[in-house]
Design a protein around this ligand. Structure first.
Ligand SMILES: Nc1ncnc2c1ncn2[C@@H]1O[C@H](COP(=O)(O)OP(=O)(O)OP(=O)(O)O)[C@@H](O)[C@H]1O
Ligand SMILES: [Mg+2]
Length: 517
């Protein structure tokens, strides 16, 4: 069943992500390339306009005609604070609108002409692509409505421009929702109270969303209380973002290259663009490895650049940015008049929140409290998940639909009637990988039965370790419980069920187990 065709869109600065309700659960729609997020990039090559992955692939080769970071400039004016600073970092030409020199335009070569485009037009192209991705995913059926998430500090003008872009892309925005409210929804915080009601507890908790994405660092405090959650404060700082971390590496390697070859690679737009994307890759690699290599053929003047960097060196160079990210957390506590001890959970969001020392410093800030950091949902998909949950709920209750777009339409604790599993429940296979049994965002109640086979002959016992979380390796998730079954000549059928009381029931001939979920 499709969700009455309302999609949930996270229109990110670097990546856009779209979800839909399909097969009784929230699904993130993969694009044509099979990727679950689509670069928010548009490139003009000769007579072609490319969007998404194909456009991003042009960034090095065609930097002057490849437009990115449009969310930063949407709804802004050339007179805005930070405008000059933002524009300096872009590789394409930003001009002012002829009739209104506060209005921003981009200039590219397209179809052998110099063409000017507005941020709304670029956003429209990205949203058209996203719409197409979702439609293809449900088999080609048309989708005309969406819930779109927006940053907590998006102004009325920014929201209206995004809505205008959506309208031009053939999408009616039925609601806009704060990105951080979407995160709370995705983690099932609207259901937490229902759990405690069944145990007659009236628990109140404070959940912080920490988001280090493409455009900045932001943090929100959400108070979860009796069937609703309330955003009680937020802060954002656009001087610390995933991109600023890239810039630290770009500056470092530019100096290294220039020193080595006695030249200035910054005088060539293609060289700058090539170095920037290599640095972004190196930064991602440093989140998984302690050292990353940079191998760029013909970077400048036919010269190759092969070098490397350690994680320790990177963290040292980026220490100001890491400190800046943690500052956002202390500022939020100050704003909410709260102590760090009053925070029950910190939900990590945004690709750059994967940087190990950002996580370590956060943990340190919260006195190394066990389980304070929550990262079991994919940091780049969680906003789209929550936005799609909101879309699904609205689709189920058509009377809730709203076609205007103003701040009162921002959902901050709307009544939620549908319930979804907040995390994936799975078991460990013999290679240590997690096999999902009940994927996150499955509609509750749900039930799956699978068969366990003994992995070798003469095996006395069969171990089954159950985890919650979405990391590919089982050990990186939270252990729910271990079971030991007596081996039997026949395969063992096991059923996982989540009932209406959010209780996980695990049943087999040899086991009967239940846990509050
Ligand atoms: N493994 C990783 N380690 C470090 N940084 C990463 C990793 N994966 C992604 N990033 C960075 O995360 C940033 C993009 O994050 P994300 O997709 O959450 O942003 P966005 O949603 O597009 O932006 P925003 O929410 O600010 O509008 C990029 O700077 C990217 O390089
Ligand atoms: Mg984001």
């Amino acid at each position: 069943m499709a969700n009455n065709n309302i999609m949930g869109i996270d229109f990110g600065t670097h990546f856009a992500c779209v979800g839909i309700f399909k097969n009784e659960r929230i699904e993130i729609c993969p694009n044509q390339q099979g990727n679950r997020t689509t670069p928010s990039v548009v490139s003009f090559v000769g007579d072609d306009k490319l969007v998404g992955d194909e456009a991003k692939a042009q960034m090095d080769r065609n930097p002057l005609n490849t437009i990115y970071d449009v969310k930063r400039l949407l709804g802004r004016k050339t007179t805005d604070e930070l405008f000059d600073h933002e524009v300096k970092k872009l590789s394409f030409k930003v001009t002012t609108y002829e009739d209104n020199n506060e209005k921003i335009e981009f200039q590219v070569n397209y179809k052998s002409n110099v063409v000017t485009l507005t941020p709304i037009e670029i956003a429209t192209s990205i949203l058209e692509q996203i719409k197409h991705t979702a439609e293809t995913f449900i088999g080609g059926e048309s989708i005309k409505k969406a819930v779109i998430s927006v940053p907590t500090d998006f102004t009325e003008k920014q929201r209206n421009d995004l809505k205008e872009a959506a309208t031009a892309a053939g999408i009616t925005v039925v609601r806009m929702i704060h990105e951080h409210s979407a995160v709370a929804l995705a983690y099932g915080y609207d259901q937490v109270k229902e759990c405690s009601e069944t145990t007659n507890e009236s628990k109140e908790s404070n959940v912080m969303v920490f988001d280090l994405g493409g455009s900045g660092v932001s943090a929100s405090m959400i108070r979860v209380r009796s069937k609703l959650f309330e955003m009680i404060g937020n802060v954002s700082d656009h001087t610390v973002s995933g991109e600023h971390f890239d810039h630290v590496l770009v500056q470092h390697f530019t100096q290294e290259f220039n020193r080595k070859y006695r030249c200035d690679l910054t005088d060539n737009a293609r060289s700058k663009a090539k170095l920037k994307s290599a640095c972004e890759k190196a930064k991602r690699n440093l989140s998984n490895m302690t050292q990353a290599a940079l191998e760029i053929d013909s970077l400048y003047d036919g010269r190759d650049f092969f070098t490397n960097i350690t994680r320790a060196r990177f963290e040292d160079m980026a220490s100001g940015l890491i400190k800046g990210s943690i500052n956002a957390v202390s500022q939020l506590l100050e704003k909410c008049n709260m102590t760090k001890e009053q925070v029950d959970k910190v939900l990590l969001v945004g690709g750059a929140s994967r940087i190990p020392s950002v996580q370590n410093q956060l943990l340190n800030f919260f006195d190394n409290r066990q389980d304070i950091l929550e990262r079991s949902m994919n940091q780049e998909e969680v906003v789209a998940h929550g936005t799609t949950i909101q879309a699904t709920i609205l689709a189920a209750d058509k009377s809730n639909q709203s076609l205007t777009c103003n701040s009162s339409n921002i959902s901050m604790g709307a009544p939620f009637s549908a319930k979804f599993t907040p995390v994936t429940i799975g078991i460990q296979d013999s290679n240590g990988n997690l096999i999902p049994i009940i994927p996150s965002s499955s509609l509750i109640p749900c039930k799956r039965t699978f068969t366990l086979n003994t992995s070798s002959e003469n095996q006395d016992n069969l171990n089954m370790a159950v985890y919650q979380g979405s990391a590919p390796l089982a050990k990186d998730n939270q252990l729910v419980s271990r079971f030991i079954f007596k081996s039997s000549p026949n395969p063992i059928d096991v059923t996982f069920e989540i009932d209406n009381n959010n209780t996980l029931l695990i049943k087999s001939e040899q086991a009967n187990y239940s846990i509050k979920f």
